[in-house]
Design a protein around this ligand. Structure first.
Ligand code: ADP
Length: 398
């Protein structure tokens, strides 16, 4: 077997992993440990066509990681023979410290810990994964790959909020962005695919969480997520952009606490908040169902809000880029939701954007141009692959 990288994404109650060939992106084996800490947890390990599912108690991350190593040993491929050159850890928040991947030593580990207040749901969970994996695989280099690193190259005017400078400095308040590994991977692959580096690109990472970036000649110049992944586009359960004074209003008039408003904005808003459903497939079902006019209207309005937000970002980023060569759609909605792509493209028709409806049709698992040859802007679907990107970056840095 050639060289491989074990990619680990450790969440608060889960560990997602994939053994990746960093040359080709092939996932040699992958799995998910879920419900860590519950009375009964679940592990799914896939190696080729062989799928193993086990339901057993998984007390903590250490037990979970030991189970993963056991499954590799029993179900294959045996890690000792898998040619692992690095373990790549996905880290949500790298703050101002990391503008690229970093080999994890105690200093790097402690900086990730220092950043916990900036990503209270994510960084502590990543640390558990790092600590356990380093202990169990001490002979292999461990690499942290940060979701924020790509956007450390943003110009000052893009990452600075017009907030009192002293307060912003004291509390490290600025735009860090998120999904950076995906935006970097996709924008680079698009440049290769189109055979040009000098591109004015807009990348739309539309998943349950969603963000858009403007990339000029390979460098990010703006992105929609901010201090946290709440800012920007409307998402499955998040508001995206909203007047910050709504917070004061809900606190004063509604007597809501900060934690309640946090939950409301992050988990009970967006598509879910407007329609009751966070998944786009369910929202389209409501739109296409003539039997329930009320739900249909609600869902249509929500979709209009969603598309309109995308449109606003295309407009402002085109102005910032000084023109536009390509819009790329990626992630769950970007790759699979042809109606979202179609409605956005049709709204851009006055600017010479022409979608090829036949090419756009269906779910798209391979890179594909979905605009007509005479469209002023190339529309592209390019599947993202964050595990491949992490594996590649981890191998590069060692
Ligand atoms: P995340 O990684 O942020 O959880 P994904 O990139 O996996 O999200 O995207 C998940 C979302 O993609 C789902 O919530 C759903 O809205 C959307 N999605 C997936 N498949 C389809 C499809 N066939 N049609 C429309 N939307 C889809």
């Amino acid at each position: 077997m050639s060289q491989t990288v074990l990619v680990i994404n450790s969440g608060s109650s889960s560990i997602k992993y994939q053994l990746v060939d960093p040359e080709t992106g092939e996932a040699i084996a992958k799995g998910l440990v879920e419900r860590i800490g519950d009375p009964v947890g679940k592990i799914k390990h896939t190696h080729g066509d062989d799928v193993t599912i086990e339901e057993i108690p998984i007390a903590d991350h250490e037990v979970g990681m030991r189970e993963v190593l056991r499954l590799f040993d029993n179900k294959g491929p045996k890690l000792a023979e898998a040619g692992i050159v690095a373990v790549g850890h996905r880290i949500v928040q790298g703050g101002k410290y990391f503008d690229g991947p970093a080999v994890i030593n105690d200093e790097v580990r402690n900086l990730i810990e220092e950043l916990c207040p900036m990503a209270p749901l994510h960084n502590p969970a990543h640390l558990k994964g790092i600590d356990v994996a380093r202990e169990l695989m001490p002979e292999i280099p461990h690499v942290a790959v940060f979701d924020t690193a790509f956007f450390q190259a943003l110009p000052e005017k893009a990452y600075t909020y017009a907030l009192n400078a002293e307060v912003a400095e004291k509390y490290a308040v600025r735009r860090y962005g998120a999904h950076g590994t995906s935006h970097q991977f996709v924008s680079r692959e698009v440049a290769k695919y189109l055979g040009r580096d000098d591109l004015k690109q807009i990348v739309m990472h539309l998943g349950n969480g969603a963000s858009v970036s403007a990339v000029l000649n390979g460098k990010p110049i703006d992105t929609s997520m901010g201090l946290t992944p709440l800012e920007g586009l409307m998402m499955g359960t998040r508001t995206g952009d909203i007047d910050p004074a709504v917070v004061f209003h809900l606190a004063r008039q509604g007597g809501m606490t900060i934690d309640e408003i946090d939950t409301l904005f992050n988990k009970q808003s967006g598509m879910k908040g407007l329609t009751g459903e966070s998944d786009m497939r369910s929202v389209w079902e409501m739109i296409f169902n003539d039997d329930d006019k009320e739900a249909q209207h609600k869902a249509r309005v929500a979709m209009d809000v969603y598309i309109n937000r995308l449109l606003k970002y295309v407009g402002s980023y085109t102005a910032e880029l000084g023109g536009l060569d390509v819009i790329t759609f990626t992630a769950g909605i970007g790759e699979n939701d042809w109606d979202v792509r179609k409605e956005l493209a049709q709204a851009l028709e006055p600017f010479g954007v022409k979608i090829d409806l036949a090419a756009n049709d269906g779910r798209i698992g391979e890179p594909r141009v979905i605009s007509t040859p005479d469209s002023k802007v190339t529309l592209l679907v390019y599947p993202t692959n964050e595990e491949f990107a992490i594996a590649r970056l981890a191998r590069e840095v060692i």
